[in-house]
Design a protein around this ligand. Structure first.
Ligand SMILES: Nc1ncnc2c1ncn2[C@@H]1O[C@H](COP(=O)(O)OP(=O)(O)O)[C@@H](O)[C@H]1O
Ligand SMILES: [Mg+2]
Length: 269
């Protein structure tokens, strides 16, 4: 099992949208977990008019079960829902009320254990990192940590110290890479150089297609073949290659996805 954590340095660059897009374009079974202590997004957004049955209490329910249950294995599977229309994507939906974020602190260690001992891949949306509520246990358990950001001065400025903190926390054993949402004046090569962290992929700034995922907006006819969706696939391939499960050069052959500028998967730290 491989855990891939998606994070931001703040400023809402599009972590949740990217995590959902990644999950929906993942080529095999995948679990999307909303672990942002500030609140959930997928249920009231993408899934709003797609949910038919009960969705259960999600992450908060799991945290309560962990508080009251024996200190053994977490009943993780009981708290997952399938994303309708996306047969192989399961969701652990996050907390609705950020005041409940404090109840999650004790859960992260056991959740990390449960996620990494499960077969298949997990994409975890951790939201903004760097605060006291950051789920460090999930970051430590991850094979890959991807920071989503826009290549602007303010985003690069806030990303720097948070990437330093990540490296202090994780050392060399976890790959850390960037995913750029290309709305900003700087090139991937410049961001990579300034932050000393490889760019795994660049996503286009496509507000209309992004809203399909973030708000549940009606997709345009071209959504399924859009550059945004193809770029999510590219990011997924880079992540799997980074995590060591697939050789990039074989997987990338014959694909129509633009490779990330300056991407250097082999050199990912
Ligand atoms: N690639 C993108 N292009 C354009 N807009 C995007 C993209 N990704 C996300 N967005 C938009 O940015 C806003 C914030 O997205 P969200 O995923 O909730 O950010 P975060 O999780 O970082 O707070 C949403 O309106 C979403 O539609
Ligand atoms: Mg979010």
């Amino acid at each position: 099992m491989a855990l891939h954590c998606l994070v931001s340095a703040g400023g809402s660059p599009g972590v949740t949208t990217t995590a959902l897009g990644l999950a929906m374009t993942w080529p095999s079974e995948v679990l999307l977990t909303e672990c942002d202590p500030l609140g959930r997004r997928v249920l009231p957004g993408f899934m709003a008019d797609k949910v038919r049955g009960p969705v259960g209490p999600g992450l908060l329910g799991l945290a309560m079960a962990a508080e009251s249950g024996p200190h053994g294995r977490l009943p993780l599977e009981d708290y997952l829902v399938s994303i309708p229309g996306e047969g192989s994507v399961e969701l652990l939906h996050g907390v609705r009320d950020p005041r409940h974020g404090v109840r999650l602190g004790a859960l992260w260690g056991r959740l990390a254990e449960a996620l990494t001992s499960r077969p298949g891949h997990v994409i975890a949306d951790l939201g903004r990192i760097g605060g006291r509520d950051t789920p460090d246990a999930l970051l430590r358990a991850a094979g890959t940590v991807v920071m989503v950001l826009k290549p602007t001065l303010t985003q690069v400025d806030v990303a720097g110290p948070r990437l330093d903190a990540l490296r202090d926390l994780l050392g060399d054993r976890t790959a850390v890479g960037l995913c750029l949402i290309t709305e900003g004046p700087y090139s991937a090569a410049e961001v990579e150089r300034v932050l000393g962290t490889p760019v795994l992929a660049e996503l286009p700034c496509s507000p209309a297609d992004a809203r399909v995922l973030s708000e549940g907006a009606r997709p345009r006819r071209t959504f399924k073949t859009s550059l945004l969706l193809r770029s999510f696939k590219c990011l997924g391939r880079r992540i799997r290659a980074t995590a060591g499960s697939l050789p990039t050069d074989i997987e990338d052959q014959g694909r129509d996805i633009p490779a990330a500028v300056g991407a250097s998967v082999g050199g990912v730290r």
